[in-house]
Design a protein around this ligand. Sequence first.
Ligand SMILES: Nc1ncnc2c1ncn2[C@@H]1O[C@H](COP(=O)(O)OP(=O)(O)OP(=O)(O)O)[C@@H](O)[C@H]1O
Ligand code: SF4
Ligand SMILES: [Mg+2]
Length: 371
Amino acid sequence: MTTSTSPSASGTTAEVVLEADGLTKHFPVRKRGRELLSRAVRSVRAVEDVTLRLHRGRVTALVGESGSGKSTVARLLAQLYPRTSGAIRLHGEPVDTKGGKRFRAYSKRVQMIFQDPFASLNPVHTVRYHLTRALKIHGNAGTNAAEQEQALVDLLTRVQLTPPERYIDKFPHELSGGQRQRVAIARALGADPEVLLADEPVSMLDVSIRLGVLNLLRDLKERLHLAILYITHDIASARYFADETFVMYAGGIVEGGDSETVTQRPAHPYTQLLIDSAPDPDRPAAEVKDGGTGEPPSLITPPSGCRFHPRCPHAMKVCPEKAPPRFAIGDDGAAAGAAGAVGDGAHFAACWLYGDLSDADRVKLRREDGR
Ligand SMILES: Nc1ncnc2c1ncn2[C@@H]1O[C@H](COP(=O)(O)OP(=O)(O)OP(=O)(O)O)[C@@H](O)[C@H]1O
Ligand code: SF4
Ligand SMILES: [Mg+2]
């Protein structure tokens, strides 16, 4: 087993558990009408060249607007989709499961939690059934009835559904949304995993109970040293909950670094737009921008070069011509090194504003006031 470590936001080292390198997913588009006569194969380029690492005992947020590819990244990491290209490594070992025993062994270590706990639990079965099944599939149900009962009680206690006997024989419809999501988390923990891929785990819950579920996940990170991928639209919750944050736009990661830095000193124009348009109780409503100009691009025919260039107020001549690599950003918010030379966990932005460009490349494409 190859194990690598990398510096965390706090300067300590953390073990890399799961990593994606150049992960890419294109979904073929079914041909219709006159397209049937053409040989051209069209595809939705949903995820393009995504590189990220999940560390033991840390939460990594993946933030972006609808359709930016967040769920596709999670499903690729969970091996629920075959990838178009790129590599996934678990503790440094390449992962390529195609169902069967190897997939079961992988899913024991890498579990996914979905947005809608009602849809992910079978309405005709009780909490006991769901959890017992997970424990049995992953070989954690003990060797006799008493051990199995204790494992069930332990799972419910771990997700703070106590006393366990109040919940164990309930059906999903007898529980609140927050309690259902806790059961879904307990089911994932039944595998005794190292990684949790949480795809918008609180977005369907009432605002009043979101914090409780996020605090539970944070507690699991600390007590079980889980590596957690936290997918969200809400960059403010990433600041509160995640150690590290990656921002996705139109299939690619455009910025990353420790959450405090990315949310307080965003470098990429898209991250700045996301933060300016997020509601903030400390900011007057008049200062909250409306999400900026333009719509997310088509992923069948994505914009050339930087995919954000049609919406970017700072777009320059080079932007539609060449896709920007990752540039390291220093504490002063300026470029801090050569293209691509970004240390693990360091703040970076994939944006030509931080590149060493000629004056010709820097010619603005439009006025910054959008006119
Ligand atoms: N199975 C599929 N077949 C074809 N296209 C798909 C498939 N799954 C996702 N896509 C497309 O890939 C792109 C990314 O989708 P994805 O669901 O990963 O985005 P997302 O960031 O999770 O969005 P949301 O925040 O709305 O959940 C979208 O354009 C979507 O339509
Ligand atoms: S690369 Fe250019 S278009 Fe893209 S975000 Fe940076 S300045 Fe804007
Ligand atoms: Mg999604």
